[in-house]
Design a protein around this ligand. Sequence first.
Ligand code: DX5
Ligand code: ZN
Length: 224
Amino acid sequence: MPDILYSAAPLVAPSILSADFAHLADALVELESAGADWIHVDVMDGHFVPNLTLGPPVIECLRNASNLPFDVHLMIERPELSIADYRAAGADSITVHTEACTHLNRVIHQIKETGARAGVSLNPATPISALEEVLDIVDLILVMSVNPGFGGQSFIESSLDKIARIKQMIGTRPIFIEVDGGISPKNAAQVRQAGAQVLVSGSAVFHAKTGFKPVIDALRQPCG
Ligand code: DX5
Ligand code: ZN
C-alpha cells in the first residue's frame, strides 16, 4: 500500500463525485498528472445520505487506473458489514461516520486490521466530543463542512472553529485532519490555517474552466 506520509504541506484529495461517471478512469489519470495527492471516493448508499453512488466493484475497476491512494469516504449505514470489501477493492484509507456506527471502536480496529488507514467523519451538527474516546486509535478525522450527500454545496463557515478545536484536541497525535465540502481556492488558506492538512475538493476542481492543475496548485498556495 503506498505509504501516506504525514506532511506539513497540504494534501489535495479531489472528490470524484463531481466527475463524469462515464469517464471515471480518464479522470483519475488526469488528476494524477495534475498533481493530486489522494483520490477521494464518495460512497453513498441512499440511506445514510439521500444519494447513491458506487461501491467495491467500481473501485476495483478504478484501482488499476491510478497509483494514488484511494481515500474512501463511506456515507453508508452499517459500514462494518463491508469494510473488507472496500479494502479488497483497493481502498488505502477507509473513513466511516460516527453517526453510522453503534460500535465505533470496534469498526476502527476492523479497518486497521485490514491494513488500511482508519478515518472517522463528523457531520456538521455532530460535536467533537464524539472523537474523545478514539483519538488514540484513529489515523484520520474527516470534518464535514457541508451536510453530506451532494457536491457543489456551500462551505459551512462554523467549520473553521470546529477544525481549530479538533486540532487542539488532537495535540501531537499523528492524525490527519481532512476537510470535506465546499472547499475551493477562495477558502483553502483559511481552512488550512484552522488546522486542516488534507483538503477534499470536488466541484471546484471538476468545474474549473482552467483544467485541474491550476486549481490543485491554488488549493496548495501557502497561507497569506
Ligand atoms: C459530500 C462529499 C464530498 C463532496 C465534495 O457528501 O462527501 O466529498 O463530494 O464536493 P464539493 O467540493 O463540490 O463540495
Ligand atoms: Zn466526501
